[in-house]
Unconditional design. Sequence first.
Length: 367
Amino acid sequence: MNPGKAIQNKINGVKQNFADYKKLDSRDKKTYWKEFFLNNALYILLIVAIIYTYIQNSNFLSAASIVNIISLSAANLPIACGIAGCIVLTGTDLSAGRVVGLTACITASLMQSVSYATKMFPNLPVLPIPLVILIVLLVGGIVGWVNGFFVAKFQLHPFIVTLATQLIVYGLLLMYIMINGNNGQPLSGLDQHFNDVVKGSVISFNAGGARIAIPNYVWLAALIVVIMWFIWNKTTFGKNMFALGANEEAARVSGVNVFATTLMVFALAGAMYAVTGFIEGARVASNTANTGLNYESDAIAACVIGGVSFVGGIGKIRGIVIGVLMLRLIFVGLNMIGINQDLFYIIKGGIILFACALDMRKYLVKK
C-alpha cells in the first residue's frame, strides 16, 4: 500500500471514530472513557511515572540518558522477540535467561584474547565473529528445538518443559565454565576487535558538551526487529503461528502443521536468546553463571506491556519494541531518583500481574 494512502486511511479512521463518539449519549460517553482508561491504564501509569521521574531529575531525558536507555533496550530486544512467539502460542519460556547465560559464556570463551593469562582455551585462536554467531545460534536453536519437541510431541505445557530445560541448561552452563581448570572464574579478557565490532560505534554525536556514541549492537538489534517483523507478518510461518495461537483445532483443520509450527516457534525463540547472549558476551565483559539471570522476566514483562496476549494469537513486533523501551525507561528512571533496586523485582512482578489481568479482563468482556 502507498504510504501516503495508508496515512490518509488512518486520518479518515480517526475522523470516523470522532464522529461516532459525538453520536453517543452522555451515559455511553462515560462508559467509553471508563473502558478507555481501564484498557490503557498501564500505559497511563507508565507515562505518569516517566513525567514524575523527569520532574525529579531533568537528566532523565537528556541525550546521554536516552542513548543509554536505547542501548539497554537493544540488548533485550532479541530475547523479547523470541519469547513473544511462545506467548502467542499461549505458552511461555522459562529457559530463556539461562540460554542467554550459556550462549554469552560460549561467546566470551571463544572470543578471549590470545594474550589473556587465564584464557579458557589457551591453544585456540580468536575465532571469526560470524563463526561464533553461527555456533551460539546453533546452541540456542537446539535448546529451543528441544522445548518445542516436547511441547508439540507430548502435549506438555511449555511452563513444565521450559522449567525442566532451564535446569538442564543451567547445569550445562556450570559444567562449561569449569572446563580446562577455569573453575567457574568470570570469562573476561575479550579480544579488542570483538569489543570494537559489538560495543564500538560508527555513529556518534555531540550533546551537552560531550561525545555520545551509539553502540553497534543497537543496529544488530534493529536488524533483528526488522527480520522478526517480516517473519511474523509476511511469511506463511508467521500466519500459521498466529492461527495456531488463536485456535489450535481450527488451525489444524485449516491445514496448519501444528507440530512443525510449534517446533519452529520455539527453535526461533532459542536463536533469538542466542543473539542476546552474543551481545551480552561483549557488553557484560565479565561473564559468569549468573549472566542472563531473570532475563526472561524482563522479556515477558515487556511483551505483556506491548500487548502480546497470553490468550494467544495476539501480538505485534512494534508493541514488543515499545514494551522493551518503556520497561527500560521505568527502571533507568527509578535508578536515577534513588529507588532501592530490591523494589525493582516487586515492580516488575506487579507490571506482569497487572498487565495480564487487564488483558484477561478485555477477553472476558468480549465473551
